[in-house]
Design a protein around this ligand. Structure first.
Ligand code: SF4
Length: 354
């Protein structure tokens, strides 16, 4: 098979080279969607997670080279045209909302992401994040597509010339309270994680604060209160492999009360992930910031210790400034008004020459 022919981009209209790969915009069934095709530095550099053996306190992450894409490739797709949620830490609500991405829109985004590195013919691990524009819980095609992907790795190999050893989809939701099918969809993803992927899939819940007044402000009053979510959480099946993840995008002012987390959530089912809140237009306008979060361990020290004492596995993930400037981090959107001006030689991935 001729890989150059099989990996022809289909409908990409703008491509932004960024240090970790590409951010690109394509034209799909209802208009533009943006997608990421990027590498990863590896957990040793940007993660502290004592339970996984990564115990070094992170004092900033160097703007270095990513691992080869044959070791790990990360694709982040948009699941909606804009987003009906109103998170005040995110630029996506600036994009006019036009509904859900179709199955074909999701497939095309993935194939386009793979087409940007036609020289890579094998990857040990492809992480597919449903986390660019939109809350994926609203879109039933995300579920259909994930089931399809599991059974069609061979087809992807034939069509794209890429052999994928492990394909790991991750769904992240902000828990919209006005969505009647919320619990049903969460349960469905648990079944995809446990029964279809046999544990090799992720489920993350954006919690961000244990203070409901703060959550109301940051989620624009669209979020399910934590007490209500805790009742849904109780009914979730035990996770296979990696636990379900309670995500805290942590601004210095947000509360992480380990006692409340422990009172509401089962340590055997849930782990906790802490990241800095990202420096995008919305956060700058709304004064949301993680003071020192990109170059010092100080902001994470206490919440990590408190949560560990309460019995939780805790993972702290810190992006590099390169990732931040490349708009890789959640809550950014070139379609939402952020700007990027770069050239191909900015890409720093081992084994990739441009
Ligand atoms: S953070 Fe996610 S759910 Fe909230 S507005 Fe942005 S894209 Fe939507």
């Amino acid at each position: 098979m001729n890989q150059d022919v099989s990996r022809t981009p289909n409908g990409i209209v703008r491509t932004f080279p960024i240090p970790t790969g590409y951010l690109f915009v394509g034209d799909y069934s209802k208009g533009p969607l943006e997608t990421l095709s990027i590498g990863d530095y590896g957990k040793a550099r940007n993660v502290k997670a004592d339970f996984l053996g990564y115990t070094k306190e992170i004092e900033g992450v160097p703007n270095t080279y990513c691992m080869p894409l044959s070791d790990k490739w990360v694709v982040t797709v948009s699941t909606q045209y804009g987003c009906p949620m109103k998170c005040t830490f995110c630029d996506v609500p600036n994009v006019p909302f036009r509904g859900n991405a179709s199955f074909e829109d999701l497939r095309k985004q993935l194939y386009n992401a793979l087409s940007l590195f036609p020289e890579v013919s094998y990857t040990e691990r492809l992480n597919l994040h449903y986390a660019r524009m939109g809350d994926p819980i609203f879109n039933e095609q995300v579920f259909a597509f994930s089931r399809w992907l599991h059974d069609h790795k061979r087809q992807i190999q034939e069509e794209m010339g890429l052999r994928i050893e492990v394909l790991h989809p991750v769904l992240t939701t902000s828990l919209p309270r006005k969505f009647g099918k919320l619990e049903e969809r969460i349960q469905e993803w648990c079944s995809i994680k446990n029964d279809v992927y046999h544990g090799q899939a992720g489920l993350q819940f954006s919690i961000n604060s244990t203070n409901e007044a703060q959550r109301t402000q940051m989620f624009g009053n669209q979020q399910l209160p934590l007490d209500d979510f805790a009742r849904i959480a109780e009914r979730l099946p035990a996770p296979l492999s990696r636990k379900y993840c309670l995500n805290f995008a942590y601004s210095t002012d947000f509360e992480i009360d380990a006692g409340k987390v422990a009172a509401l959530f089962d340590r055997d089912k849930f782990m906790v992930k802490i990241t800095p809140i990202h420096n995008n237009n919305a956060c700058r306008e709304n004064g949301i910031v993680t003071l020192g979060g990109y170059d010092s361990w100080a902001p994470y020290k206490k919440p990590e210790e408190d949560l560990q004492k309460a019995g939780f596995d805790v993972l702290v993930f810190v992006p590099s400034i390169d990732e931040e400037d490349g708009l890789v981090t959640c809550g950014n959107a070139v379609l939402g008004g952020s700007t990027l001006k770069t050239t191909e030689d900015i890409i720093k991935i081992e084994g990739i020459k441009r």
